[in-house]
Ligand binder design. Structure first.
Ligand SMILES: [Mn+2]
Length: 418
């Protein structure tokens, strides 16, 4: 018998509170509250600027994307909302509430509304930062549509990312562009419905390769702060330079009460859109640790943080990749919940660096899979989401249906940002 075949008799398995040193009900409650939004574009065929590899089971229509998102939620139990990209998911003039109804039929709600300020020809020199007023007006009209859609589908988050920037020194005046962005964000903030919030995402480069108008968290913070109290910063984990200490940014934003949410993904080189935790899971753990630390040590309200996935699974099967991401997020979050904060504070007070670091390392090294299995069973879910999804035969079934539907439409692929 090898170790993989070894299983101790049931009676010898110690109770959870002994194995993990924390109250089971508290952990289960933390898991209940940990919701992750999946993106509609993560279910469609996407690719790089070099090419796109099509998958038979990929979703093309918003109905198909919502069916896929509903499937991920069914097997993971923690993805009740779906982010939408307005021009990819809604036709202007089409009743948005019909889309909300389809979401509901799939056990979901429409989550964050993501405007598209980058694909129309008019945006060649940017959207609201563009010196050409017709481009600015085009962006303003699009934003009005987005706010109307948000109201119609009952969404409370507008998630803003801009491709605005310059490719060459001297191309435009950096300060003029900053002021244009300030003006647009203030104007939109005042148009938000009560209870709605506006998240401002940053990215250092791409598609602009000289300067980006919201290049880092400091700029996003300044823009959000000046727009008003409903504006917060969105941290996309892939939108940082190499070696950037992301958890420090998160800790600062939490302490300043300016952290709005996350776009989860991993990266090796730039904005690679890889699966969360595939390159550096300890970095994700450290981010979650700062969030739990803000809540438990510093008394901050972290309940309103929007956890969202922003990944392009252009080689992996899309639903499997999403389930893999969600369960990875749950595992890393749970590990961060296990950090013994009293012990950590004590080690910090004694200035015992090794003891302090070990508080993090031992939590990161804990095997939390049994806890997740027990939590899922207690909530009436499948113990192992990936296995259960594969056994369901969903992918093969929709691949057949969607190939036929595409052939009938005369289309070879669906929406994409590639
Ligand atoms: Mn993003």
């Amino acid at each position: 018998m090898n170790w993989r075949g070894f299983a101790p008799p049931l009676a010898f398995i110690p109770p959870l509170h002994i194995t993990i040193g924390m109250d089971r009900d508290k952990l289960f409650k933390l898991l209940d509250e940990f919701k992750i939004e999946t993106p509609s574009w993560g279910y469609a065929d996407t690719g790089t600027r070099f090419g796109k590899f099509l998958q038979a089971a990929a979703a093309s229509t918003i109905d198909e994307k919502l069916a896929d998102a509903g499937t991920v939620n069914k097997f993971t139990g923690c993805c009740p909302t779906v982010a939408v990209h307005v021009l990819w998911d809604f036709s202007m003039g089409v009743n948005a509430t019909a889309t909300a109804d389809i979401a509901k039929k799939n056990g979901l709600r429409i989550g964050s509304i993501n405007p598209n300020f980058f694909q129309d020809q008019v945006y060649k020199s940017g959207s609201v930062c563009n010196s050409d007023e017709s481009a600015q007006q085009h962006a303003h009209r699009h934003m009005s549509d987005c706010i109307a859609i948000a109201k119609a589908v009952g969404s409370d988050i507008l998630s803003l990312w801009f491709a605005d920037g310059c490719n060459y020194p001297g191309q435009d005046d950096i300060v003029d562009r900053k002021r244009r962005m300030h003006g647009a964000l203030r104007q939109w903030h005042s148009a938000l419905a009560p209870g709605m919030k506006m998240l401002v995402e940053y990215k250092p480069f791409e598609p602009a390769f000289y300067h980006t108008d919201i290049a880092d968290w400091g700029m996003a913070y300044i823009y959000a702060k000046s727009a008003g109290p409903k504006a917060k910063v969105l941290v996309d984990t892939g939108h940082h330079y190499q070696a950037q200490n992301i958890e420090q940014i998160v800790a600062w934003l939490l302490d300043e009460e300016m952290l709005g949410g996350f776009h989860f993904n991993d990266r090796k080189y730039a904005d690679d859109d890889l699966t969360m935790g595939s390159i550096d899971p300890y970095a994700v753990f450290r981010i979650f640790h700062e969030i739990r630390n803000a809540a438990e040590t510093h008394g901050k309200d972290v309940s309103q943080i929007a956890y969202m996935i922003d990944q392009s699974h252009n080689l992996k099967p899309k639903i499997e990749a999403m389930i893999q991401t969600v369960t990875t997020a749950q595992e890393l979050y749970l590990k961060a919940c296990l950090v013994d904060r009293a012990k950590l504070r004590d080690a910090q007070a004694r200035q015992n660096i090794v003891d302090a670091e070990e508080c993090l390392r031992s939590a990161f090294g804990a095997d939390v899979k049994p806890v997740l299995i027990e939590w899922r069973k207690s909530r009436g879910m499948e113990a192992k989401p990936m296995e259960a999804y594969r056994a369901s035969g969903y992918e093969a079934r929709v691949a057949k249906e969607r190939e036929a539907a595409r052939a009938a439409r005369g289309a070879s692929s669906g929406s994409s940002y590639a």
